[in-house]
Every structure is written in C-alpha cells, then in structure tokens.
Ligand binder design. Structure first.
Ligand code: ADP
Ligand code: MG
Ligand code: MG
Length: 203
C-alpha cells in the first residue's frame, strides 16, 4: 500500500460522513460518562477539516494531515480536539518526505500515540481513545494489510473492551467505578476514523 494525497483527502471525507451519520451515537456515549459534546465536537471538527482541505492544493499526504491537525486544534474543543490535533500533527511529521507505506503508517501511528500520551498524561488501558490506536499499531506490526477491513474488527473489539475498564483519565474518571459498563466515546470516534481508513485502503 501507499497512502497518496487523494487517499488522505478521501479518508477525511469518509470520516466526516461517519461522524455526521453517527453523531447521536457519540453524543449518547458521552452523555453516559462525560458531558455529551463528543458527537458535536467530532461532526463539527471534521466538517471544518473537509472544507479546509478542499480549498488547498497538496503535494504530499503529510501536508494534508498537517492541515487536519491545525483545523482540529482550532475547531474542536474539549479533550479530544487537542488530542486528535496532536495525533495528526505527529503523523504528519513522520510521513514528511516519505512514501507512506505500511511501515511508515505504523511509525506515524506510534508517534501519534506518543504525542497523545504526553498531552493527555495518559497510558494505554485507561479507557481512552489511546486503547484503539494502540491496537491498530499492533495490527499494522503483525499483519500485511492484504485485508484492511480486519482493522475494523480489531477496533470494534477494543471499543467493546473499554466497557470493562474503569476510567482514570478525562471526565469519565470523575465517575470512578460507575464508568464501568459504558463504552468510551473517544474510542468509538477513533473506531470511525480507522473504519474510514480501512475503507480507503480497501479501494
Ligand atoms: P471532553 O471530555 O473535554 O468533553 P470529548 O468529549 O470531546 O472531550 O472527548 C472525550 C474523550 O477524550 C474520552 O472519551 C477519551 O477517549 C478522551 N480523553 C479524555 N481525556 C483524555 C486523556 N487525558 N488522555 C487520553 N484521552 C483522553
Ligand atoms: Mg465530552
Ligand atoms: Mg466537553
């Protein structure tokens, strides 16, 4: 595989569509263990992302992702805006000047994780979106991406698993053990993001 400029743009368009379609799901998940704004945050943020990248010319996918990062940081508030902004900025830094093959994509995702850990002062296993990113990284390390849609199953399982975890970061942590039994909204939004990526890679 090679992630091209057109694929990076298409990734964001599909993600925007998913966030629009599933806004209510994200809202409901965040109402249960947060403040209920995650659906609106993501839908609004990715609408702005698609508008921004439609009006710009790009030579390299790293530049697309840099625009995504800056737009998410500017337009999405709360915890998730800075976190996703950092993720895309770090992915862009790794991809810069390179052919984005599976190895580079994996390195980019790893650098995104490093950045989000720093920003969120969080670790894997704390019932956050990091849990999904971590499993995508492992998947890219162990599989050859001949069936990109497997990524969707991997992410789905992680979202399901976040139900069992007690949140120790973000608003959900205020609920202590009452956060158990609910899926993490940020993990669900990362699921949609990687579902969109899998669909682009499948094409
Ligand atoms: P807010 O909680 O500020 O309203 P959002 O609702 O947009 O922000 O996003 C909430 C999601 O962000 C959570 O479901 C979780 O996945 C993620 N999150 C929150 N705090 C952290 C953190 N410190 N580290 C990593 N992820 C976090
Ligand atoms: Mg929220
Ligand atoms: Mg909020």
């Amino acid at each position: 595989m090679e992630l091209t400029v057109d694929m990076a743009i298409n990734w964001m368009e599909i993600a925007r569509d998913k966030y629009k379609e599933n806004k209510e799901t994200l809202t409901m998940l965040d109402q249960a263990i947060g403040d209920g704004d995650h659906g609106i945050n993501m839908a609004r943020g990715y609408q702005a992302v698609v508008e921004k990248i439609a009006e710009t010319e790009y030579d390299h996918p790293a530049d697309v992702l840099k625009s995504v990062a800056m737009t998410l940081m500017a337009k999405v508030g709360g915890a998730s805006g800075p976190l996703y902004g950092t993720a895309f900025m770090n992915m862009s830094m790794v991809m810069k000047g390179k052919t984005v093959d599976q190895k580079v994509l994996k390195e980019a995702i790893d650098h995104a994780i490093t950045g989000m850990k720093q920003r969120g002062k969080s670790e894997i296993g704390e019932k956050t979106l990091l849990d999904v990113w971590d499993q995508v990284s492992s998947y890219l390390d162990s599989e050859d991406l001949s069936e990109p849609k497997e990524i969707i199953e991997v992410c789905q399982a992680v979202v399901e698993d976040t139900k069992q975890i007690q949140a120790t970061k973000g608003r959900a942590s205020y609920l202590n053990e009452r956060s158990i039994g609910h899926e993490d909204p940020g993990s669900m939004s990362s699921f949609y993001l990687f579902e969109a990526l899998a669909e682009v890679l499948e094409k």
